[in-house]
Write a protein that binds this ligand. Sequence first.
Ligand code: SF4
Length: 81
Amino acid sequence: MYRVTIDREACDGVFACLTRDPRFVEDDDGLATFDADGGNVERTDETVVGTFEDERVADAEDAAAACPFDAITVEAVEGEP
Ligand code: SF4
């Protein structure tokens, strides 16, 4: 399982992430959010947190590397069912 966090305050709607991982989509505010697509997505004013249990962590890491504002964090989630 892994967790992908978008920092909505750092995100500036460049959408480099969208071309690396189709789970990233544009929201009503013109910032990045997730299409849950089998995962779980929680959104607050500051962040969007997607938790996924699949083989696409490399796609999320590519999106994080492509973001010019370092707004995306990918981390492994250990010890959760
Ligand atoms: S690449 Fe970064 S700044 Fe651009 S939309 Fe995605 S998260 Fe936001």
